[in-house]
Write a protein that binds this ligand. Structure first.
Ligand code: AMP
Length: 361
């Protein structure tokens, strides 16, 4: 099939790398010829409506790399071309307010929140939620962008100014034990498969390290996360990969965010799982049988390469480490690549991570 991806970043690149062995062709709607996916398929630059139409005509099925995709455009395309995940998934997940309302409706726990459109709304929300709290724009935020941690009342004006008037949401600060995420894939026929829960470490709102599967996860915790996932997939009639970011409290899981796509915390699956998240997304949207999601090794890690490439040869010298670079130029806080490590010994995994500590703040 000809698979069209809206966007041409590293996620599109890795989708392409798993689509070719299955006999598919790739098309990308890119911002420039320099985008990370652009050499991995036929690339259409979205500088005029004619080229955009050609891209759609040239695709049998359309998917997207980011939840910050225009729903109206997707709705239009959906009239003539198959689009997976569909508009419903996009509509909920691209707006933090709609996403939280869906969680409430499905009785899935999330942090206390209030929508905020003015400084006086914000003051009112703080009086009900309390401090510390995090103010986030309802749309277009990623990697901690568009967020402000309010610790004291003296920061209220500054926090509101930082949102530049954009509609926002105030969330109570969650004192979590650790951050986890769950990735699942659902086919057109409703068949679904879950990956194991993984543990994520962030710095300045950006993912740095994933340990997969997360250690010390009880069967009941995994099942709880899967039941939240099942409700969300069904409610949105989602097709493809869906990711849920979670906060773990003592005996509870709170949903932080949902992403209707392959996710950075699932990059370990490229070498670590029997079927990677990228291949399973491709299988789902092309109506093919889904692949096994279990981990091939007992211990896996994924380390992001951010801002600077550093000594990437070190990763090549480590047994069971695999380097993935995205063909991007260095820039502060930019994701340039990642390293996956697989092992059947915890000591070996920890020692490999230690050897790569220049990538971990
Ligand atoms: P987000 O963009 O919403 O995923 O937030 C980025 C990171 O900020 C998360 O991975 C957490 O580390 C932190 N964070 C976000 N929301 C909260 C919250 N309500 N309470 C505590 N930490 C949070």
């Amino acid at each position: 099939m000809k698979i069209g991806v809206l966007g041409a970043g590293q996620l599109g690149r890795m989708l392409a790398l798993s689509a070719y062995p299955l006999g598919h062709q790739m098309r990308f709607l890119a911002s420039s010829e320099e985008d990370p996916s652009s050499l991995l398929g036929k690339t259409y630059i979205y500088d005029n409506p004619e080229t955009i139409n050609k891209f759609f005509e040239d695709s049998d099925v359309i998917t997207y790399e980011s939840e910050n995709t225009d729903v109206e455009i997707l709705n239009e395309i959906g009239k003539t071309t198959k689009v997976y995940p569909g508009c419903e998934s996009l509509q909920y997940t691209q707006h933090r307010g709609r996403e939280k309302a869906l969680l409430d409706k499905l009785n899935i726990p999330c942090a206390p929140y209030k929508l905020v459109s003015s400084l006086s709304d914000l003051k009112c929300a703080i009086s009900s939620i309390g401090l510390p709290a995090i103010l986030k724009t309802t749309k277009d935020g990623y990697d901690g962008k568009g967020q402000f941690l309010i610790q004291t009342e003296l920061q209220i004006d500054e926090a509101w100014e930082a949102m530049s008037g954009a509609e926002s949401i105030l969330e109570g600060f969650v004192n979590f034990k650790r951050e986890l995420s769950l990735i699942a894939v659902r086919g057109i026929d409703g068949n679904l498969k879950y990956y194991p829960l993984v543990e994520n470490s962030h710095h300045d709102g950006i993912l740095r390290l994933t340990i997969a599967p997360a250690q010390n996860v009880s069967m009941s915790l995994q099942k709880k996360a899967e039941s939240y996932m099942n409700s969300l997939l069904t409610a949105m009639n989602h097709v493809g990969v869906l990711t849920i970011e979670l906060f773990e409290l003592d005996d509870e899981l709170i949903v932080n965010e949902i992403a209707p796509r392959v996710h950075n915390s699932g990059h370990w699956t490229i070498e670590g799982s029997n079927t990677s998240q990228f291949e399973n997304h491709i299988r789902a949207i092309t109506n093919s049988p889904l692949g096994d999601t279990s981990a091939k090794h007992q211990f896996n890690a994924m380390i992001n390469i951010i801002s600077k490439y550093g000594s990437t040869n070190k990763a090549l010298e480590i047994k069971n480490a695999h380097l993935h670079l995205y063909d991007k130029t260095e820039r502060e806080n930019r994701k340039l690549g990642h390293i996956t490590i697989t092992s059947d010994s915890l000591e070996e995994l920890q020692s490999s991570i230690k050897n790569l500590n220049e990538y971990l703040p």
